[in-house]
Design a protein around this ligand. Structure first.
Ligand code: DC
Length: 210
C-alpha cells in the first residue's frame, strides 16, 4: 500500500503523513528532507548550488535512513533545497531512492510535491493537501512564536508565496495535484478534521484492496 501526499509548503501535509503512517503502521518518508539533505551536503562542503553534476553526485549519496528533521529544517537549507530541486539530474537521483522506499512492506506514506504525479503515479491513495497562502503563513508564524521564537508575519507570507512560485513554476515535476488526487483544502479545517477525512479515504482504499 502506497499513500502519496502532496501539497505546498506549510500546508500541514507532514503532520498528516506522520499521523497516517503511525495509525496504519506504515513507513514514512518526508521527501523534502531528501532534497534538503543533498543541499546541506553541498553547503557544508562549500560547493556551488548551481552545478547540476556536482549536485547530482551529492544527491546520489543521500542516506534515507539518516535524515535528521531538526537539523534539516533550517531556513537556509530549505532555500538551497528549492534551488537544486529544479535540476532534473538531482530529481532523477532522489526519485530513484524514493521509489525504492515506497516498495517497503506493509506500506509506505510519502509526502512531497510530486509523489502522486511522478514518484508513485500508481499509488492507490493520493491526497493533495493545501491551504491559502495567508493561512499557511499564519500557521508557520504561530509555530515559531509558540516555540518561543520571534517571527515577522509579512516576511513569512512573502516567503511562502515565493516558495510556491518556485515549486509550481519549475519545468521538471512542478507542484500540482495528480488528476486522481483527493483535494483536501485545510484553510478552514483543523488538523484533526483533516486527519479524520484522510483516514476515511485510506480506509476505503484498504477495504477495496482487501
Ligand atoms: O517540503 P520542504 O520545504 O522540506 O521541501 C524543500 C524543497 O524541496 C522545496 O522547495 C521543494 C522541494 N521538493 C521537491 O521538489 N519535491 C519533493 N517531492 C519534495 C520537496
Amino acid at each position: 500500500m502506497i499513500i502519496a501526499i502532496d501539497g505546498p509548503a506549510a500546508a500541514g501535509k507532514g503532520t498528516l503523513a506522520r499521523r497516517i503512517a503511525e495509525t496504519y503502521g506504515f513507513h514514512h518518508l518526508d521527501t523534502g528532507l531528501t532534497y534538503r539533505a543533498a543541499a546541506k551536503a553541498l553547503l557544508d562542503a562549500g560547493l556551488p548550488l548551481d552545478d547540476e553534476a556536482i549536485a547530482e553526485a551529492m544527491a546520489r549519496k543521500v542516506d534515507l535512513g539518516g535524515l535528521d528533521r531538526t537539523i534539516l529544517s533550517r531556513h537556509e537549507i530549505g532555500e538551497a533545497a528549492s534551488k537544486i530541486a529544479v535540476m532534473p539530474a538531482v530529481r532523477r537521483a532522489l526519485v530513484e531512492a524514493q521509489r525504492r522506499f515506497a516498495g517497503k512492506t506493509p506500506g509506505a506514506v510519502l509526502d512531497g510535491r510530486d509523489i502522486g504525479t511522478v514518484v508513485c503515479p500508481d499509488a492507490p491513495v493520493k491526497l493533495y493537501v493545501t491551504a491559502s497562502v495567508a493561512v499557511r503563513a499564519r500557521r508557520r508564524y504561530e509555530e515559531i512564536v509558540e516555540a518561543g521564537g520571534s517571527a515577522d508575519y509579512d516576511a513569512i507570507f512573502e516567503d511562502v508565496k515565493r516558495r510556491d512560485e518556485r515549486d509550481m513554476g519549475r519545468t521538471d515535476s512542478p507542484l500540482k495535484p495528480a488528476e486522481d488526487a483527493y483535494l483536501l483544502d485545510t484553510s478552514e479545517m483543523s488538523i484533526e478534521a483533516a486527519f479524520q477525512k484522510a483516514k476515511s479515504i485510506v480506509d476505503t482504499a484498504l477495504s477495496r484492496n482487501a
